[in-house]
Design a binder for this molecule. Structure first.
Ligand SMILES: Cc1cc2nc3c(=O)[nH]c(=O)nc-3n(C[C@H](O)[C@H](O)[C@H](O)COP(=O)(O)O)c2cc1C
Length: 469
C-alpha cells in the first residue's frame, strides 16, 4: 500500500510581520511534529511595499516608537520577545522578503536560518533589514549561508519575479478565509484579510491546508490545538503519527537562538544546557555558549617558544610602554553575576557594521566568566577615574562592590556611573590570537556623558590628555 499523499501547507507570511513572529513557535511545533507528513511551502506575501507611498510624511526613525508600541502590545498578548528599542521602522519589507526567497536556492536549512535572522533583526535587535546593506548586516555569519551569493541573487530577475508572483498569490485570498477568521474562538489576531486598495491580501500568518479536494484555511494567530484539529480533519488519526520533539540543544542549534515561548512550547520549559539566557523586554532569549574558536594564530615559527624571530620580552614590553592608550573597562553580565576588567587594547574596527574590539588574556580569570556573555559594555573612562581603572585591574577583589557605582543596563550589562561614554555591544566574533582572545563586538547603543579629559595609560602610569593650544 502506498503512503498517503502529504497534506500541503501554504504559509502566507512576511519577515517583518509581528504576528508571524509571534506565531512562529506554534508553526515550528507543527513542522517538527508533522513535517514528515506535510509538504510545507512559504509564500513571502509582501506586507509593506513602500511606506513612503502609503503614509505621507513617513519618517523611519521618528515613527518607529509608534510601531513599536503596537508590537509591544502583541508581545504582551503572546509572550513573543520584542526589542525595547526600534532604531528605525522598515520603509519596506521587500528587501527582507527577497532575501528569504533568494536563500531558498541554498537549501532548506539555510533558508530557515535566514528567515529567522531577518525576523530577529526586526523584533529582537530593532534593526530591520530594509536595504541590501542592512540585509548583509543582518545575515553576516549565518551558518551554512553563502552571503555574497545571496546578495548577488537579491536583485536578480528570477528572484524579483518570484517575489512578484508570491505577493500576487497572497492577494488571491481563498473565499473561505473571512468565515475562517470568524470562528468565534478567542484569538487576539483572527487574521481577517487586509484591504489593499485594489482588493485584499491574507492577514499574516495564514495557513492554507489542502489534501485532495479538501481545503482548510487557518488565518491569524491560532492555538496548537486548532492547527492539529485541522490536520486531523484532513487526515484522521494524524496526531498519533506525531514525531517526538528534538532535545533543547538540537532546537537551539537549528535556529541559533531560542525564545522563551519556544523553550516553553518546544522544550517543556527546559532550556538547553550551557545556553546563555539574555533577558529582553518580553521574556528571555537563549543563545549558544560562545563557540570554541578555530585558532588562527601566527605560523609555527612565530609562535611563543619559537626562537628565531622572537624579541626579548622585556624589550617588547618597554617598546609598548611608549605607546599611550585610552583606558576602558569592559563589563558584562555573565549569568553568574557581573564581570569586568580594565583594558587598553580597545579599538574601533568598522563603521558599517559598527564594530569595536578588545583583546583579553587567555589566562585571565575574568575571561573565563566573560566568555559566556552574549553582550558586553565598553565604559570609556575620564582622567579622574584612575582609581576605578586600578580597581578593575586588581585580581581577587569584588570589582563591583562599593565604592564602584554601577547599574544594570540592557541585557543586564553593568554600566559604570560617571563613565565618559558607554558603548553597548553584542558579541560578534571571538578568536584566539597568540595568547589573547580577540573579542569583536557589534555596537547597538552608544551614549556620551562627559567630554572632559580622557584617562590614558603611558609608561606604566595613568594620566590625561592635554591638547596644544
Ligand atoms: C592599564 C591597564 C590596561 C590593561 N589592559 C588589558 C587588556 O587590554 N587586556 C587584558 O586582558 N588585560 C588587561 N589588563 C589587565 C586586566 O585589567 C586585569 O589586571 C586582569 O584581568 C587581572 O587578571 P584576572 O582577570 O585573572 O583577575 C590591563 C591592566 C591595566 C592596569
Amino acid at each position: 500500500m502506498s503512503a498517503p499523499a502529504p497534506i500541503t501547507v501554504t504559509e502566507y507570511t512576511d519577515p517583518g510581520c509581528v504576528w508571524s513572529w509571534a506565531s512562529e513557535p506554534r508553526l515550528r511545533l507543527l513542522r517538527l511534529r508533522y513535517g514528515h507528513l506535510l509538504a510545507w511551502r512559504q509564500v513571502q506575501g509582501m506586507q509593506i511595499a513602500d511606506l513612503h507611498a502609503t503614509r505621507p510624511g513617513f519618517d523611519p526613525e521618528a515613527d518607529a516608537p509608534e510601531f513599536l508600541r503596537k508590537w509591544t502590545a502583541v508581545a504582551e498578548q503572546t509572550g513573543a520577545p520584542i526589542t525595547r528599542r526600534l532604531r528605525w521602522m522598515h520603509r519596506s519589507t521587500a528587501p527582507a522578503g527577497r532575501a528569504a526567497i533568494a536563500a531558498r536556492s541554498q537549501g532548506p536549512e539555510a533558508a530557515a536560518r535566514v528567515l529567522r535572522r531577518l525576523r530577529e533583526a526586526v523584533f529582537l535587535r530593532g534593526e530591520p533589514a530594509d536595504s541590501p546593506a542592512r540585509v548583509r548586516a543582518a545575515l553576516a555569519g549565518t551558518p551554512g549561508l553563502d552571503l555574497d551569493r545571496l546578495l548577488a541573487d537579491l536583485d536578480s530577475a528570477p528572484v524579483r519575479a518570484l517575489q512578484r508572483d508570491e505577493a500576487a498569490e497572497a492577494r488571491r485570498v481563498h473565499p473561505a478565509t473571512p468565515q475562517a477568521a470568524d470562528t468565534g474562538r478567542p484569538t487576539p489576531h483572527p487574521g481577517h484579510p487586509v484591504a489593499t486598495g485594489t482588493g485584499h491580501r491574507y492577514g499574516f500568518p495564514t495557513l492554507v491546508l489542502a489534501s485532495g479536494p479538501h481545503t482548510i484555511v487557518l488565518p491569524g494567530h491560532r492555538t496548537t490545538e486548532e492547527y492539529e484539529h485541522a490536520l486531523d480533519r484532513l487526515r484522521p488519526g494524524i496526531t498519533a503519527l506525531a514525531r517526538p520533539l528534538p532535545d533543547p540543544d538540537d532546537l537551539l542549534a537549528e535556529t541559533g537562538t531560542l525564545t522563551q515561548p519556544e523553550v516553553e512550547l518546544l522544550a517543556g520549559g527546559r532550556p538547553p544546557a550551557g545556553a546563555i539566557r539574555v533577558p529582553t523586554a518580553a521574556g528571555d532569549v537563549w543563545h549558544p555558549p560562545v563557540p570554541a574558536p578555530v585558532s588562527t594564530g601566527p605560523p609555527e615559527h612565530l609562535r611563543p617558544g619559537a626562537t628565531e624571530h622572537d624579541i626579548d620580552p622585556d624589550d617588547f614590553r618597554r617598546a609598548l610602554a611608549g605607546h599611550p592608550a585610552g583606558v576602558v573597562v569592559v563589563t558584562a553580565e555573565t549569568g553568574d553575576g557581573p564581570a569586568g576588567l580594565t583594558a587598553t587594547s580597545f579599538t574601533s574596527v568598522s563603521l558599517s557594521p559598527p564594530l569595536v574590539a578588545f583583546y583579553i588574556a587567555d589566562t585571565s580569570s575574568t575571561w573565563a566568566r566573560l566568555r559566556h556573555a552574549g553582550h558586553f559594555a565598553v565604559n570609556l573612562l575620564a582622567e579622574d577615574q584612575h582609581a576605578l581603572a586600578a580597581r578593575f585591574a586588581r585580581s581577587g577583589t569584588d570589582r563591583f562592590a562599593a565604592p564602584t557605582a554601577w547599574r544594570a543596563g540592557p541585557h543586564g550589562t553593568p554600566l559604570l556611573e560617571d563613565a565618559a561614554a558607554h558603548l553597548l555591544c553584542r558579541v560578534h566574533e571571538t578568536r584566539v590570537v597568540g595568547d589573547h582572545w580577540l573579542v569583536v563586538g557589534r555596537v547597538h547603543g552608544a551614549s556620551v556623558h562627559r567630554t572632559d579629559t580622557p584617562l590614558l595609560y603611558h609608561q606604566g602610569a595613568f594620566g590625561g590628555f592635554h591638547p596644544h593650544g
